[in-house]
Design a binder for this molecule. Structure first.
Ligand code: ADP
Ligand code: MG
Length: 253
């Protein structure tokens, strides 16, 4: 039987009366790779904020692995197994990718292991595997500050995975990347989805097409529709609210 990793029921988030999320319902099975799209201001970032506990629901609830997150603080929710990748990479620029990954692997286990510089054999093995997964074999010993923007993104994704989250939240991972980096990021997310549940917030339609299994469209704080990329791209409501706006933003650019 399939198992729900995330369930959101009748969720409303008000900021001084303005509903950034409005009676939103959402659920996702364990092991899914889900893409969330929607025009600017649709509530995408707020949606991630309520999953991580940064913002608390005004009404409604969020359940992760069956557990209501209402009374938990952000760090407690992270410890339950939710990892978030922000838009700008947060890596230690003066450390190498290998050192960054070693720190993330040992972070769960208290400061002593870190201070003594003792990475266990299992951790070393895990770091090796991660370096391969994120494609940084040739650059594992140079300072992370010298990596390209895309490589830093992959390193940060690797650092999240090092903490073994059950659910990975990724906000606009290809903004500012080259076409080749974008494609490699898609491959990376698809391969991570073999062993994790993943939510990707994305604007870039071509990228969504590359990775998407099931797509959820947000609009004015609610789910407008869900389905395959073809289904949502052909949905008249989506064309009106989302694609219309995308054309506008192309014109501006
Ligand atoms: P998206 O990520 O889809 O562009 P957001 O979740 O950032 O949308 O924002 C949804 C709406 O909520 C926007 O209209 C935004 O201005 C508003 N909003 C977000 N955070 C706050 C806040 N802390 N206070 C007031 N309004 C907010
Ligand atoms: Mg946003």
């Amino acid at each position: 039987m399939s198992e729900r990793i995330l369930e959101i029921e009748n969720l409303t988030v008000s900021f001084d009366g303005f509903k950034a999320l409005n009676n939103l319902n959402f659920s996702m099975e364990k092991g899914e790779l889900r893409t969330i799209i929607g025009p600017n201001g649709a509530g995408k970032t707020t949606f991630l904020d309520i999953i991580t506990g940064k913002v608390k629901p005004t009404i409604g609830q969020v359940r992760f692995k069956g557990r209501n997150l209402r009374s938990l603080a952000e760090h407690q929710i992270a410890r339950l197994g939710i990892g978030r990748k922000f838009q700008t990479p947060r890596v230690y620029l003066n450390l190498t990718p290998r050192e960054n990954l070693e720190l993330s692997c040992t972070r769960n286990k208290g400061v002593f292991a870190n201070l003594l510089g003792h990475a266990s054999v299992t951790e070393k093995h895990k770091v090796e595997e991660l370096i391969q997964t994120i494609g940084l074999e040739a650059k594992s010993e140079i300072k992370a500050g010298l990596l390209s923007h895309g490589e830093k993104q992959w390193l940060e994704i690797g650092m999240l995975v090092a903490q073994s989250p059950d659910l990975l939240l990724v906000d606009e991972p290809v903004a500012g990347l080259t076409d080749e980096e974008t494609e490699l990021t898609g491959e990376l997310l698809i391969s991570l989805a073999e062993t994790h549940s993943v939510i990707v917030i994305e604007h870039d339609m071509e990228f969504v097409r590359q990775i998407a299994r099931k797509v959820t469209v947000l609009h004015e704080g609610s789910v407008l529709c869900e389905g395959s990329i073809d289904e949502v791209q052909n949905d008249r409501r989506v064309i009106e609210v989302y694609l219309g706006q995308q054309e506008d933003s192309h014109e501006e650019a």
